[in-house]
Design a protein around this ligand. Sequence first.
Ligand SMILES: [Zn+2]
Length: 238
Amino acid sequence: MISRSGWQAKAPRWTTRHRTPVNTVYIHHGGTHLSGHTQKDEASALQAYQRYHLRKGWADIAYSFAVGPQSGRVYELRGWNARPGATKGHNADSYSIVIIGNTSTQRVSEECVDSVRRLIEIGQRAGKITQKVQVLGHRDVKSTACPGDSAYSRLKDMAPGATPKTTVSKAPTYRRMLRLRRPRMRGNVVKWVQSIVGANPDGVYGPKTKALVQKWQRSKGLVADGIVGPKTYRFLSR
Ligand SMILES: [Zn+2]
């Protein structure tokens, strides 16, 4: 974990002692475009978030921890012992983890998902988070796009006990249309589509995958036919 001095944090104005264990972890995203993924790029994004929050008169950057959307690097912000301030009305019994950048326009990597889950598991082992923790998105308690679609679709995989997924993270070349048929279509391209629409990435194009493709198409304003043709493919590759 990268400490506060590792991202050149300013000192907090004050801290409020956090009462633990808490039973909820809220996932946020920064909502700003992250142009690079080096530690320096991530640290300067965090500095900007902190400046913004301090300008609002807050005690400190609002979140407990941050995770790099591609790198999976973990940063200490308010940490385990100070109450977070990112989820109004829910701060006293939760931690807030922010995924740096905009996870609606940039997809979270498996490394990122794994880091969030491992961080929560560390919190459990340290007695800071209950065993029956709920992992929620900011949008579950407020009308906001936060934490962005790609992070929001992975909340289940961020919860302790989830099996790490080995997915295809780069867009494979488009070769054929994917749809529900018998025998089922299979392979890495299916797995890749599943990892984006939030389906279990087992590499088999079944009815659940079709339904999630339709939901995803609807959210993008595409024809919701559950068929991954050239147009849907182009949108998925973004
Ligand atoms: Zn948020």
